[in-house]
Design a binder for this molecule. Structure first.
Ligand code: FAD
Length: 462
């Protein structure tokens, strides 16, 4: 054990258990725990509004756990590379430990820091290091099905490690900011009242996993039903790294019906693999030809976008989803697909507008997951559903038994029976005040297909 301190640089890995960087720093000698809020390097993809709320509480929880071990959590704000290097110089750190992250700005920061100091990047954000899953030709995968086959052949991941037994704080930790000075929480207005059911932090993640472990057996069926609590709701915890994916894997893998869930869990790994290959995936279509889609713009398009964000489209399932998102910072996966498809195909609005809205509103906003899923729905991505596959929100609402979900999030429709609630206008049952459909399904479908035909007519870029 050395006397010089090591820094553990926390990012989207706000936990102490199964945190290889923290364990390695503790084994090195005295520990300085550092978190840097960098709002510049990610550009437009800086942490969004809802996730800032989550971050505040997650840092508070991590700070409390570290303090119990005698290690203060040092908070700094600014360019992450500069701040990490500055703190290293201030404390005379021999080494900096971190978990690897795959967002383009984090990869750049890791490369820049590695040129300046002894930076050790550990695995642990994903189930498996992206370099360890390759095609027969040695390249990274761009299609999920063979990726899953290759990944699952290398599972299970290593068993999660407990919090290190011996941790020593640095005798002279550097000064840091007070968390409240970052004003991560909304104030006027406080729109986070509906977030109260979440419990950010490592304990909250463990509790969510525990609650889900009994539900794995019904996951395959129930995950598709918006009215049922059928999925794990681990996404914000996983994004913030409050629990390791290995811990999640081992908690459920031996139970009946685990495979469909583990397959979804592996999507995180896949989207990280994609953004390593295509760092601008949140901004640029994977299929370059799709950049020519004639998206609607102008005042009418803007008004439609506003109606979509506010849950005022006249399509109950879409409105329920958009209101759930606004109130809770989360939306059911099936409804994410429907609302995204509605924006892109029914309203013919650029998928990037919806992606940015989700980014700001989701507590689980994740660069890889958000961009890959938006591009999947839009048909602009690699390994995406084709553009001409247009989801029918009214019949999907019925098929996936969304009546209770609609009643919860669109209270104007609370009194409608199951047989009319999915399409109240058709049955002439819509109450006064609930908007008429923003566009008819058939008309929207024809407009979207016509737009697609203009692209199909173009020669493919070589
Ligand atoms: P579960 O069904 O319990 O799945 C377990 C975990 O697997 C999730 O927590 C998540 O980490 C991962 N996972 C599941 N489905 C997917 C998927 N399709 N892609 C990637 N990972 C997945 N997920 C995010 O984490 N962040 C996002 O920003 C995000 N944006 C999305 C945008 C759109 C348009 C769509 C259609 C989906 C998006 N998803 C995103 C994927 C998915 O909707 C959420 O991961 C899921 O709803 C989270 O709920 P859960 O934790 O209960 O998931």
């Amino acid at each position: 054990m050395a006397d010089t301190p090591s820094i553990v640089w926390f990012r989207q890995d706000l936990r102490l258990a199964d945190q290889a960087a923290f364990a390695a720093a503790a084994a090195d000698g005295p520990v300085v725990a550092l978190y840097v809020l960098d709002d510049d390097a990610p550009g437009d993809w800086r942490i969004g509004g809802a996730q800032r709320w989550w971050l505040h509480h997650s840092l508070q929880s991590l700070g409390t756990s570290l303090a119990a071990l005698g290690v203060p959590l040092v908070l700094r704000r600014g360019n992450a590379v500069e701040q990490v290097a500055r703190v290293a110089a201030e404390v005379g750190a021999a080494r900096v430990h971190c978990l690897s992250h795959y967002e383009p700005w984090w990869r750049d920061a890791e490369a820049a820091l590695a040129r300046q100091l002894d930076l050790v990047c550990h695995p642990g954000y994903l189930l498996i290091d992206p370099d360890a899953v390759r095609t027969g030709a040695g390249t990274q995968f761009r299609v999920f099905a063979p990726f899953w086959k290759a990944l699952s052949a290398k599972m299970p991941p290593d068993r999660p490690r407990a919090v290190p037994g011996k941790v020593v704080g640095a005798p002279h930790p550097p000064e840091g900011d007070g968390l409240d000075s970052w004003t991560l929480l909304p104030d006027k207005p406080d729109w986070a009242g509906g977030f109260k059911d979440w419990q950010p932090g490592e304990d909250g993640a463990a509790a969510a996993l525990h609650a889900f472990s009994d539900m794995v057996v019904t996951y395959k069926h129930d995950r598709n039903l918006p009215s049922t609590n059928g999925s794990s709701r681990l996404s914000p915890h996983l994004h913030m790294g409050e629990i390791s994916p290995a811990a999640v894997w081992h908690a459920v893998a031996d139970g009946d019906g685990a495979e469909p869930f583990l397959r979804e869990l592996a999507w995180r790994d896949f989207t990280s693999n994609l953004i390593i290959q295509l760092p601008a995936y949140a901004d640029t279509s994977g299929l370059l030809k799709m950049e020519a889609l004639p998206w609607r713009t102008g005042p009418a398009a803007d008004a439609d976008f506003r109606a979509w964000t506010r849950g005022q489209t006249g399509y109950p399932i879409v409105d329920a989803g958009m209101r759930q998102l606004w109130h809770t910072g989360w939306m059911h996966n099936r409804v994410r697909m429907l609302t995204a498809s509605f924006l892109i195909k029914h309203l013919l609005l650029d998928w990037r507008r919806g992606e940015a809205w989700f980014w700001d509103c989701l507590v689980d906003a994740d660069y890889g997951n958000n961009s890959t899923n938006w591009q999947w729905v839009a048909g602009t991505g690699i390994d995406a559903a084709p553009f001409f596959r247009i989801m029918a929100p009214l019949s999907q609402s019925e098929k996936f038994e969304a009546a209770e979900y609609i009643r919860r999030w669109v209270p104007e429709l609370r009194d409608l029976d199951d047989d009319v609630i999915h399409d109240p206008h058709q049955a002439d049952a819509a109450p006064a005040g609930y908007p008429a459909p923003i566009i008819g399904h058939r008309e929207a479908r024809e407009r979207a297909l016509a737009a697609m035909r203009t692209v199909s007519a173009l020669p493919s870029p070589s």
